[in-house]
Design a protein around this ligand. Structure first.
Ligand SMILES: [Zn+2]
Ligand SMILES: [Zn+2]
Length: 286
C-alpha cells in the first residue's frame, strides 16, 4: 500500500526526502514554502536538482504539495481574493518545478471560506478564482493538478459536501486539471459516518455518483477528536478519535479506494507519533 504522512521541509526541501526515508514511507505530503506567511519562495536550480536527485533514488511517490493556509479563494475581500489567486499560481509554479518530472504534480487546497458573504457568493468566488488560475496555468503550460480537499464545514468554510465540490469542478471546467483529496476527519465532522461499515459504503457510493471516484487522487487519514457532524476540524491519532480503528480498517481495505495513496496528518510531537500511526495503519491492512 502507498502510505505516508505530511513531512517537514525545514532546512531545505530535499531534507523532506531524507525524513521520509527515515520514516520508511513510500508517499508523502509537503508544503513548498512556509505555509503560514504570504512570503513567497522561489527555488533555485540547485535546490530543485538536489531534491530530485535524492528523490530519484527512492520509491517515494506520489508527492503531494499542500497549499498555504492563508490562501482563501472564496474571500469576499477583493485584496485577499486577488492575493490568494496570485499566491496559488506561485504554488502551481513551484509544484511544477519540484515535481513535473516525477509524474503529475498534485497541489492540494481547501476551497475557501466565504467569511459571512454567504455560500452562493463564496462558491462563485472560488469558481472565478480557479477559472483565472487554470487559464493562466494552461497558458504557462504547467502540468500541476489541483486537488480540492473536502472540509469540515467549520466556520464559513465551503466544500464540506460532495455536491459543493462537484459544483465547483463542473463550473470551472479544465476536467483533467482538478481532482479531489478526501480527508476522513473533515468528512466525519461534516456528517459522513466513517465509523461504520454502512456509512463508509454510503459515503463512497455517494462520492462516486456525485463526483466520480476516478477524480479522487488521495485520502488524508486522520481520526476526529470531535463527534459526527460536529463541524469541528480537529485531527487526532488513528484509533483514538470518533472514527476509530474499525472505521479505518474498513475504509483502507475497501475495494474502491484501497489502491489510492494514504497520507496521515495526525498530531505530531516527535517522529515517534508518525511511526506509531503509520504502523497502526499497516496493521489494519489485510
Ligand atoms: Zn488540508
Ligand atoms: Zn487534510
Amino acid at each position: 500500500m502507498r502510505i505516508g504522512c505530511h513531512v517537514s521541509i525545514a532546512g531545505g526541501v530535499e531534507k523532506s526526502v531524507h525524513r521520509a526515508k527515515k520514516l520508511g514511507i513510500n508517499t508523502m505530503q509537503i508544503f513548498s514554502k512556509n505555509s503560514r506567511t504570504w512570503q513567497e519562495k522561489t527555488y533555485c536550480k540547485s535546490e530543485i536538482f538536489n531534491f530530485q536527485e535524492v528523490l530519484r533514488k527512492t520509491d517515494i511517490y506520489p508527492i503531494f504539495i499542500h497549499a498555504s493556509y492563508l490562501i482563501n479563494l472564496a474571500s469576499p475581500e477583493e485584496k485577499i481574493h486577488s492575493r490568494s489567486i496570485e499566491a496559488f499560481l506561485e504554488e502551481m509554479k513551484r509544484a511544477d518545478q519540484l515535481l513535473a518530472n516525477t509524474g503529475t504534480p498534485f497541489l492540494i487546497v481547501h476551497p475557501g471560506a466565504h467569511r459571512g458573504a454567504g455560500e452562493v457568493y463564496g462558491l462563485e468566488r472560488i469558481i472565478k478564482a480557479f477559472q483565472i488560475i487554470l487559464k493562466e496555468s494552461f497558458a504557462l503550460k504547467l502540468s500541476a493538478m489541483v486537488l480540492l480537499e473536502n472540509t469540515s464545514g467549520m466556520g464559513s468554510s465551503l466544500g464540506y459536501n460532495f455536491s459543493q465540490l462537484s459544483y465547483i469542478m463542473e463550473r470551472v471546467g479544465y476536467k483533467d486539471k482538478i481532482g479531489i483529496c478526501f480527508d476522513t476527519c473533515h468528512a466525519f465532522a461534516a456528517g459522513y459516518n466513517l465509523a461504520e461499515e454502512r456509512g463508509i459504503e454510503d459515503t463512497l457510493t455517494e462520492m462516486d455518483r456525485i463526483i466520480g471516484l476516478d477524480r479522487l487522487k488521495v485520502i488524508h487519514l486522520n481520526d476526529s477528536k470531535h463527534y459526527l457532524n460536529s463541524r469541528k476540524d480537529r485531527h487526532t491519532h488513528i484509533g483514538e478519535g470518533f472514527i476509530g480503528l474499525e472505521g479505518f480498517r474498513i475504509l483502507i481495505n475497501h475495494r474502491l479506494v484501497k489502491d489510492l495513496p494514504f497520507i496521515l496528518e495526525t498530531p505530531k510531537k516527535s517522529d515517534e507519533d508518525d511511526r506509531r500511526n503509520i504502523s497502526i495503519v499497516r496493521e489494519l491492512r489485510k
